[in-house]
Design a protein around this ligand. Structure first.
Ligand SMILES: NC(=O)c1ccc[n+]([C@@H]2O[C@H](COP(=O)([O-])OP(=O)(O)OC[C@H]3O[C@@H](n4cnc5c(N)ncnc54)[C@H](O)[C@@H]3O)[C@@H](O)[C@H]2O)c1
Length: 426
């Protein structure tokens, strides 16, 4: 299949690499000339696993700043441009509309029936109220007759985008024309290696609601685990890992995203539920649960700050291992631990940070831990799991994800005070 990916960002580039790896003829397009240039020259750098290697191995992928050229080339046109959150929580469609104008110019000049596949996260109603009218206006052609449109958001995690695309749990296709949906469905079936994918095709409006609602369900699950953590921390002998592992064995709940630890963060989790709250208020519906999740999520930050204050006095050096919003990612958007760091700095602590990929102020773990009174381990990076406690010079550890809980007696035997988020202090 001839495929265009419009918008070569955190999601678009791994998508282009993935489709090339699956044997499709891929063209990628972006408005940033330097970015396109680096992709053309093979100098593009990313920490997203597999992407650089795949771009090198499949050097036939074309890159262009001309969206019209990309559209003329392709049958399926994936649109992965930003849809930033507005203050109220809904998404701006400004970049999407700009891209649609250029895409429309390409469709106008072409005789082939092409399908525009919106991947960007959009507010419910956008496909029928914005995408189709904009394309019809620019192309002076009729949707469904001369070109098709689908909504097809991706459910991937940064740090494993290509793997997740190959092994999805769910594929969501919004379409009001069965033939378009079938083409896209067959395209995905031909690409997916994982055997567990459920492909759901539904109307535009239901797919737009479903994209946001799925992330609402995930953050609700995370928030239940963190509420349990908060209660366990406050009760002598309480241990949220023990409690959530028990609950997760019940197949109605499951273990994924059901762990005491830091709050949800990153580019999708906080903003999709916020958009849902805004949608609910627009239609005068109640969505108190998502507001409660925000409260629980903010409480995680507060609890960790208070824990630090309990453990070490102001002016102490606190070291933080892991600044990214999750392990193996360079993204710090809404990072829970950086919110903790900011509060601590404002309260008079000195904060050293280290991350193998994301932004930090130390160049190594050793430098980060230098003179530190307390080390907060905030991601599950391999480097952190492999710390050598025989040589580690830090008096206290706050383990946000329980990565050392199996070794806590050994750690204590080295004279290091060990605490875990979600576990009451001894
Ligand atoms: N990053 C994720 O984990 C993730 C996951 C699911 C959904 N999404 C959604 O995918 C969309 C893109 O996210 P991202 O993280 O890749 O964004 P990004 O900011 O990393 O990249 C977007 C790219 O689009 C380009 N662009 C902007 N306007 C353009 C235009 N008119 N024509 C062509 N290119 C244009 C930008 O130059 C940029 O390179 C968003 O709607 C986001 O919500 C992202």
């Amino acid at each position: 299949m001839k495929v265009a990916v419009i918008g070569l960002g955190k999601l678009g580039i791994p998508m282009a690499a993935f489709y090339a790896e699956k044997g499709h003829d891929v063209i990628g397009s972006d408005i940033m000339p330097d970015l396109v240039d680096s992709l053309k020259k093979g100098t593009y750098k990313t920490c997203e696993p597999g992407v650089e290697e795949t771009l090198q191995a499949f050097s036939g992928i074309k890159f262009t700043t001309s969206i019209k050229e990309a559209v003329e080339f392709a049958k399926l046109i994936f649109v992965v441009v930003p849809t930033p959150s507005e203050e109220a929580g809904d998404f701006s469609d400004q970049f999407l509309v700009e891209a649609l104008y250029d895409i429309g110019e390409g469709i106008k000049c072409s005789k082939e029936y092409k399908i525009v596949v919106v991947v960007s996260t959009i507010m419910p109603g956008t496909m029928e109220q914005v995408v189709i009218p904009t394309l019809e206006e620019v192309t002076e052609k009729s949707c469904y007759k001369h070109f098709g449109v689908c909504y097809n958001p991706e459910f991937i995690a940064l740090g494993s985008v290509m793997y997740d695309m190959d092994n999805p749990d769910v594929v969501l296709i919004g379409s009001n024309k069965q033939e378009d949906a079938i083409i896209l469905q067959n395209f995905h079936i031909s690409n997916i290696s994982g055997l567990n994918a459920c492909i759901h095709t539904m109307s535009f409006i239901n797919s737009e609601i479903a994209k946001l609602a799925l992330n609402c369900a995930i953050v609700a699950k995370i928030s239940v685990a963190n509420t349990i953590a908060s209660v366990c921390e406050a009760i002598e002998g309480g241990d949220a890992t023990v409690v959530t592992e028990f609950i997760g064995d019940d197949s109605r709940i499951g273990h994924a995203y059901f762990k005491p630890g830091l709050g949800y963060s990153g580019p999708c989790f906080p903003r999709d539920p916020r958009a849902f709250i805004e949608l609910a208020s627009e239609v005068e519906s109640v969505f108190a649960m998502q507001e409660a999740c925000e409260i629980v999520n903010n409480d995680v930050v507060t609890r960790i700050v208070y824990r630090v204050m309990d453990l070490v006095p102001k002016k102490s050096i606190v070291s933080i291992l892991g600044t990214a919003y999750k392990t193996d990612s360079g993204v710090i958007e809404e990072s829970c631990i950086l919110q903790v760091a900011n509060i601590l700095v404002n309260a008079g602590y000195k904060v050293h940070t280290y991350d193998p990929i994301a932004i930090c102020n130390s160049s190594s773990i050793e430098e980060c831990l230098q003179d530190s009174e307390l080390c907060i381990v905030a991601t599950e990076a391999r480097k952190f799991k492999d710390l050598n406690f025989d040589t580690l010079s830090v008096p206290r550890i706050l383990d946000c994800w329980g990565i050392y809980r199996e070794h806590k007696d050994f750690i204590k035997s080295k004279g290091i005070e060990y605490c875990q988020v979600g576990v009451a202090l001894d």
